[in-house]
Design a protein around this ligand. Structure first.
Ligand code: ZN
Length: 341
């Protein structure tokens, strides 16, 4: 699968020193525009030699803190301040971002389920393929900034996967902690295949995924977490000078180290209904206690169905809207991760 077969083009020269702001041009023929295109903003800042780090936001629409922090960074950071190469794509799935929804309105696809993509696929697959074939091979590290979107409300965290390679684990763990999120989380996904995460990890490169704000909002507190965290990672990778801004230096409690090791940490509803949570984010949860209950508003003969905690720990994530459908995740319980394990 050759990148030269990609229909995506750009005026950006990835090897050129200096700061370039431009677009990835993705052909998009439609009724109103025969030769039209989707123009995905991209900034490349390169100065001398050093690592290449890719920051991605807007993989999904409705997730704003990472996107806004990257827009600011791409405007504010001068090339002279950088040693190495920084690639910033604030809104990878631009059609979804512009529509304010998780999936692309063009093909209904989730950008973070289609990697490695396809050069002759749908629009979302074509974008993913270009990233996989042209941009990822140039990178040493990839940072993907998500938020809870419409459906999830969560404690802001930076996360990594359980990895097999010891050196990759150590490097990823150090970078995760440098972000200084309220929670640093080691996680086992239940999302299936097609994630950008796995594409990067399979190339042997460092990958981090943040989950920041909640339920489609953009709060000043979480926006600050994103902005400080992105700058901290630039310092961690020696792309810019300066010391890490710790949470303590901002008068905040230190980052908590947690893990989500099993599918049983996720709680799924088995019917359609209205989810009433009994617990707030950050609450201590005992295995066996009810996390909430599901109401059946269309059948008053049915009693509410309790959702029972399968593991003890801290409530890391709960459902954003009350409306829930069978198979939806309504709660994630995380446990403390002992340092050195
Ligand atoms: Zn997302």
């Amino acid at each position: 699968m050759s990148a030269t077969r990609s229909p995506v083009t750009t005026q950006i020269d990835f090897e050129q020193d200096g700061k370039q702001r431009g677009y990835l041009r993705v052909p998009h023929s439609r009724n109103s525009s025969a030769w039209g295109a989707i123009l995905i903003p991209i900034t490349v800042i390169k100065n001398g030699s050093g690592p290449t780090v890719l920051f991605v936001g807007g993989t999904h629409g409705g997730e704003y803190e990472g996107l806004v922090s990257l827009l600011k960074l791409s405007r504010e950071l001068p090339a002279e301040a950088v040693q190495g190469r920084l690639i910033i794509i604030p809104a990878l799935n631009l059609p979804a971002v512009m529509a304010g929804q998780r999936l692309s309105p063009i093909d209904g696809k989730d950008m973070n389920r289609v990697f490695p993509g396809a050069w002759n696929g749908t629009t979302t697959q074509i974008i993913a393929h270009y990233v996989h074939e042209v941009i990822l091979p140039r990178c040493d590290a990839v940072i993907d900034l998500h938020s809870g979107g419409f459906s999830l409300s969560l404690i802001p965290y930076m996360s990594m996967h359980y990895l097999d390679d010891e050196a990759q684990t150590k490097a990823t763990f150090a970078a995760m902690q440098a972000f200084e999120a309220p929670v640093s989380l080691v996680v086992k996904e239940i999302s299936g295949e097609g994630l950008l995460d796995y594409a990067v990890e399979r190339m042997g490169k460092l990958f981090l995924c943040a989950e920041l704000g909640s339920a489609g909002t953009l709060s000043p507190q979480v926006a600050t977490i994103a902005e400080v965290g992105v700058r901290n990672l630039l310092k961690h990778f020696n792309l810019i000078e300066g010391d890490i801004t710790t949470r303590e230096s901002l008068g905040l409690p230190p980052s908590r180290l947690m893990e989500v090791p099993e599918p049983q940490n996720y709680h799924i509803v088995m019917a359609n209904g209205i989810y009433e949570s009994f617990c707030a984010l950050g609450d201590w949860i005992e295995a066996g206690q009810p996390l909430g209950q599901l109401h059946f508003v269309d059948n008053i003969s049915l009693e509410p169905q309790p959702i029972i905690a399968q593991r003890s720990g801290t409530l890391l994530c709960t459902r954003g809207p009350g409306h829930a459908e069978i198979g939806d995740c309504v709660a994630v319980v995380a446990r403390e991760l002992e340092v050195g394990t």
